[in-house]
Design a protein around this ligand. Structure first.
Ligand code: PGA
Length: 241
């Protein structure tokens, strides 16, 4: 059975208390063996996340890594440090990184390369803004974003398609629209990488998860706001099962 990813991006939210509550909600719950659940807490909680989830199948990762190697870069976190605390994945190029912190395609590509070299699975986030969407530039934007990593592709990475207009707005893409875009993204990948999981993100909730996962090219969801409530997140995982 094809693997499905249910990923929680907590952004700059969460606490030790939320981690404990999330662990409690998920520990008592059994889901199908093809479901991969992953949590991306703020980096300061990664050590605790490892401790809490170490005997479970829950994956966890970092929301951003440095574009620089280890050294004098105050406040930055290298990909190798993620592995050191057993974080398996790294979000790269989330739209908030691209738009608030000016992570260009070039910077995102370097971060992607660093994650691959460190042995951390990159979850490469791409997506068009509302104005790019309205002007009909979606395919062009996605092509440029994907082209930036074409020289660093690896056996195991994920793509997250997150239309910026759907993030945190309550206006998710329709499942048909998301499917069409995922199929386009897949067609851009070189043939030997076409199996790459492509997850959808942008206003995913407990009510729309199942419909996204029915679509042939949607291999999971990346959930922001709705992942901050353990009960809702558990319902999202349940919807995938
Ligand atoms: P949202 O965020 O689910 O709150 O729309 C998704 C994301 O930014 O990853």
């Amino acid at each position: 059975m094809k693997e499905k990813y249910i990923l929680a991006n907590w952004k700059q939210n969460g606490s030790t208390d939320l981690l404990a509550k999330m662990a409690e909600a998920l520990h008592s719950f059994t889901y199908s063996s093809n479901i991969r659940v992953g949590i991306f807490p703020p980096a300061i909680y990664l050590g605790l996340t490892e401790k809490i989830f170490q005997k479970t199948s829950i994956l966890f990762g970092i929301q951003n890594i440095s574009a620089h190697p280890n050294g004098a870069y105050t406040g930055e976190i290298a990909a190798s440090m993620c592995l050191d605390v057993h974080a398996q994945m790294a979000l790269i190029g989330h739209s908030e990184r691209r738009h608030i912190f000016a992570d260009t395609n070039e910077i995102c590509a370097t971060k992607f390369k660093n994650a691959v070299h460190a042995g951390v699975t990159p979850v490469f986030c791409i997506g068009e803004t509302l104005s790019e969407h309205e002007k009909g530039f979606t395919k062009k934007v996605l092509t440029e974003q994907l082209n930036s990593i074409k020289d660093f592709l690896t056996a195991h990475f994920l793509i997250a398609y997150e239309p910026v207009w759907a993030i945190g707005t309550g206006k998710a893409a329709s499942k048909e629209e998301a499917q069409e875009t995922h199929a386009f993204i897949r067609s851009l990948l070189p043939e030997n990488y076409r199996h790459t999981p492509i997850v959808y993100g942008g206003s995913v909730n407990a009510n729309n998860t199942a419909s996204f996962l029915q679509m042939p090219d949607i291999d999971g969801v990346l959930v922001g706001g709705a992942s901050l409530d353990p009960c809702t997140f558990k319902k999202i995982v349940a919807a995938a099962t």
